[in-house]
Design a protein around this ligand. Structure first.
Ligand code: PMP
Length: 399
């Protein structure tokens, strides 16, 4: 990840004894979307989410031999269903659930499951730019004989079978998206990592054929590495399970049990709005992100160096159920996405370089198949990091 070394200021390494020990301008790493912002909420809950696993428990490879996904912990299956039901963001009835080591592993399982060793050539995999940079990285690393990266979906004009990865809300831009190729012979994979009420209005209960979710972005427990797929076609789910079986003989039970508990706690409280304890996870997180976005927008406006995206107002079915707070306004949310997709003003060709010269690490638009005039900045780090970022941003003057 390259993070630890970057925390030292370059000034600390310049051999100048007068600055060596001063933590001036430490590097702020906003390149990764590491969701440490959520620690504040989980600390408040204290021991409520503690899971104890005794030495003799969870030894077997198997969780539920009757389930086609035999390594899926029944408690996790239940809490996934319960949470989607409570939030209303996806249909689970009639779907198979496949658990993965993060949704990153599930993506590979899906690509294996929807392709075949009998096909004459590799299937094209596309995503509309700006696309999540890991798609390209994963495919490039795996170099599968079954599929290959074919770039920006907007530019895909071959009359060949394809798989389109549809990320909605999108990483990096936060935009709500649908497929763009729209041709026969295509398989759609919906990556819904951010389709949760702290990031975006929940406008319908989605029922796509293949939907990917992850605890990393839903509750912030990225370190547990738990993702899940909701899959309509049982054969596809079975092939995905086979992929996990061969690659890692399933998914570790301990994080499954931990995430089962976390999701259940979120689900149990997610219908309590405006409670003085602030124990509705989505409400708490949305407010926290909204405040950050407000500060960021103010800072960008003052500096006149950076342009932030504007998102349309939309009705949210999840918050729409609150009728007692500010009726008429509260039901409409402005998106407060997990990343800021920042464009530098036109004279600045390389936005990432500009930020780097101020010791702020971001991800260049180039990595997302887009323009170097853009950068992606994580909005979900710890408070100190965010405040430092804003402070430094406000001091970036004209070139
Ligand atoms: N999809 C998207 C759109 C993401 O942003 C991420 C995490 N950055 C993932 C998938 C992978 O998530 P994980 O492997 O942590 O579950």
């Amino acid at each position: 990840m390259g993070g630890a070394d970057n925390r030292r200021s370059p000034a600390a390494n310049n051999g100048n004894n007068t600055t060596r020990n001063l933590p001036l301008d430490p590097v702020i790493n906003l390149d990764h979307g590491d969701p440490t912002m959520y620690e504040t909420f989980w600390k408040k809950l204290g021991d409520e989410c503690t899971v104890v696993i005794k030495g003799y428990e969870s030894l077997s490879y198997f969780s539920n031999p009757k389930n086609p996904c035999w390594f899926l912990e029944p408690k996790l299956e239940d809490s996934i269903k319960c949470l989607h039901d409570a939030v209303g963001n996806a249909v689970t009835e009639g779907y198979s659930i496949v658990v993965g080591t993060g949704s990153s592993q599930l993506l590979q399982a899906v690509l294996y499951a929807v392709t075949s060793h009998d096909q004459p050539s590799q299937i094209n995999v596309v995503a509309a730019a700006p696309y999540y940079s890991s798609y390209l990285e994963i495919l490039d690393l795996v170099r599968s004989g079954l599929y290959k990266w074919a770039g920006d979906a907007h530019e895909f004009n071959k009359n060949e079978p394809y798989i389109e990865l549809v990320t909605s809300p999108n990483n990096p831009s936060g935009v709500i998206r649908g497929p763009v190729v729209n041709r026969d012979g295509g398989v759609l994979v919906h990556d819904l990592a951010y389709y949760w009420p702290q990031y975006t209005p929940i406008t319908s209960k989605l029922d796509f054929d293949i939907m990917l979710f992850t605890a990393s972005k839903c509750t912030g427990h990225a370190g547990s590495r738990i993702g899940w797929a909701l899959v309509k076609d049982k054969e596809v789910a079975k092939k995905m399970t086979k992929f996990m079986e061969v690659s890692t003989i399933g998914v570790a039970k301990e994080p499954q049990l931990r995430i089962a508990k976390i999701l259940q706690v979120v689900a149990d409280r997610c219908k309590r709005f405006g409670s003085p304890e602030g124990d509705n996870f989505f409400e708490f997180s949305k407010n926290m992100l909204a405040k950050r976005w407000e500060v960021l927008r103010e800072t960008a406006k003052k500096s006149e160096m950076f342009i932030l995206p504007k998102y349309p107002l939309q009705h949210c079915n999840y918050y729409g159920e609150i009728t007692h707070i500010n009726p008429g306004t509260e039901n409409y949310l402005i998106m407060v996405t997990a990343f800021a997709w920042i464009k530098c003003k036109d004279e600045i060709e390389d936005c990432e370089k500009l930020f780097r010269s101020h010791n702020i690490l971001t991800r260049s638009g180039r990595r997302f198949g887009s323009d170097p005039g853009f950068v992606r900045v994580s909005m979900v780090g710890r408070d100190e990091e965010f405040n430092m970022f804003i402070d430094r941003l406000s001091k970036i003057q004209d070139l």
